[in-house]
Structures are given as C-alpha cells and as structure tokens.
Design a protein around this ligand. Structure first.
Ligand code: CDP
Length: 230
C-alpha cells in the first residue's frame, strides 16, 4: 500500500496524541507530536528566565532560537517516542501544567512557528508519517491524504488530562485544568498566525463518548479506506 501523510488536528487534550501513537504503531508509521515541539520551546524559555507569569522577553527568545534543537527518540521501555531538548530527555517536564499554562503564548509567535513548521515539514518529507497538532492539515501538510479534526466537550477533556497528570503523580486541580483547556483553545483559535481551524477536507471526530478502543478502530477504518483508494 502506498504511504500517505496523516494530519490530526483539534482542540486541547482531546486524546489526539494517544490515537495518533496507537495508529502509528499499528500501521508502522512514524508519529510526530508537533505540540511537544512548542512545549519544548516553552520549557527552554522558562528555564532561561525569558518567560514568567508577567513578562515574556520575545527578543531574547528570538536570539536564542538557533540554540534550540528538538528531536524525538524511541524509548525502548515504553515503545513510544520521547522528546529531547538539546540532547536531554524532557518528555515529563514538557507535560506539566506550568508548561501548559504558557505554551499557547509561545506558539502564537511568528518566528517560533516558522522554525517549527520548517522542521515538521522536513520530518514528514518521506511520507508514512502521522503528525498531530493544530495546523497540520491547514498549514504544515495541506496536501495530506488523510485529515482528521478531533474534538470533545471541554469537561471531558479536562477530566482526561486530570487523570493523566494524577496518574503521573502530579498534584493538580480539575478546575485549573478546565480553565487551561478553555484558555488554550481560545488563544489557539484566535491567534493571527495559523489559528486552529478545521481544514475544509478534514473529517470530524467527536470522541466525547468514545472509548480509546472505539476511536482506535474508527481511525484504522478511515485509514484503510483512504490508503486503499489512494
Ligand atoms: O495538551 P494537548 O496535547 O492538547 O496540546 P499539545 O498538542 O501538546 O500542544 C500544546 C500547545 O502547543 C497547544 O495548546 C498550542 O498552543 C500549541 N500548538 C500549536 O500551536 N500548533 C501545533 N501544531 C501544535 C501545538
């Protein structure tokens, strides 16, 4: 079967990465988490003191963009790719609520997006790739053969993220997470550059009432239909 490009976009915390990772494993594709890249840039800015609750020195970040190298390496134990920032594994650090609370501001900056989109296109050049994010079907790979737009109710999404963080041992509050999910959607959808939009040729998946197994099957069926017809 010919290799295709699969773009999965949608709202915050709706399980895009879980479904994309599962499908990639099942069909032997490479999975790329574009959100992890924006999270890694955010972590860098926080660590370097360029970004705090009250201030963001974007000029300082722009000067240092060349010092940010992001890569993905397969973790043999989990069987999933881990995110590396300048050769340090930051997979857990980029998933904290602190990073979530700043990431959408960082991802709205033009020079950050330009740098990330360029890397994402290079990573996807060979096809046989599944990438998830906000602008994959609209900007990064507008010619992707398969595009899915995922959504679910904000309450269900917040609960899923709460369960995920709690399972990792992070102490968190469901209301704070709900607020973050809603706020990120607002910033992501209203920003001037590459706002979160459903591509006209994307197929919508509302997974509010679907189990992980059900959504996996839905995605696999769609992939087979598209790849076989292509
Ligand atoms: O928490 P969730 O898995 O929903 O988000 P993520 O995919 O890790 O992305 C984190 C943030 O990065 C998003 O809220 C967006 O602000 C930004 N992002 C983006 O602007 N463009 C992308 N292609 C991917 C993520």
């Amino acid at each position: 079967m010919k290799k295709i490009t699969i773009a999965i976009d949608g709202h915050s915390s709706c399980g895009k990465s879980t479904m994309a990772k599962d499908l990639a494993r099942e069909i032997g594709y490479v999975y790329i988490d574009s959100g992890a890249m924006y999270r890694a840039v955010t972590l860098f800015a926080l660590k370097e003191g360029m970004l705090t609750k009250d201030a963001f020195d974007t000029e300082a970040l722009q000067k240092r963009m060349g010092d940010i190298r992001i890569s993905f390496r397969l973790n043999a134990e989990t069987g999933k790719p881990d995110t590396y920032l300048n050769d340090t594994c930051v997979e857990n650090q980029i998933r904290t609520l602190e990073v979530s609370q700043h990431v959408s501001r960082v991802a709205a900056i033009g020079f950050v997006r330009e740098a990330m989109v360029e890397q994402q296109r290079q990573m996807g050049e060979a096809k046989g790739v599944i990438m998830d994010g906000r602008d994959i079907g609209t900007v990064v790979f507008p010619n992707a053969e398969m595009k899915v737009f995922v959504t679910a109710s904000a309450e269900v999404r917040a609960k899923r993220r709460y369960d995920e963080l709690t399972a990792k041992g992070e102490t968190c509050n469901l209301d704070d997470i709900l607020q973050n999910v809603v706020e990120r959607d607002r910033i992501d959808s209203t920003r001037a550059i590459s706002p979160l939009r459903q591509a006209p040729d994307a197929i919508v998946l509302d997974n509010t009432n679907l189990t992980i197994a059900e959504q996996k099957q839905w995605l696999l069926d769609l992939y087979r239909r598209i790849a076989e017809a292509d």
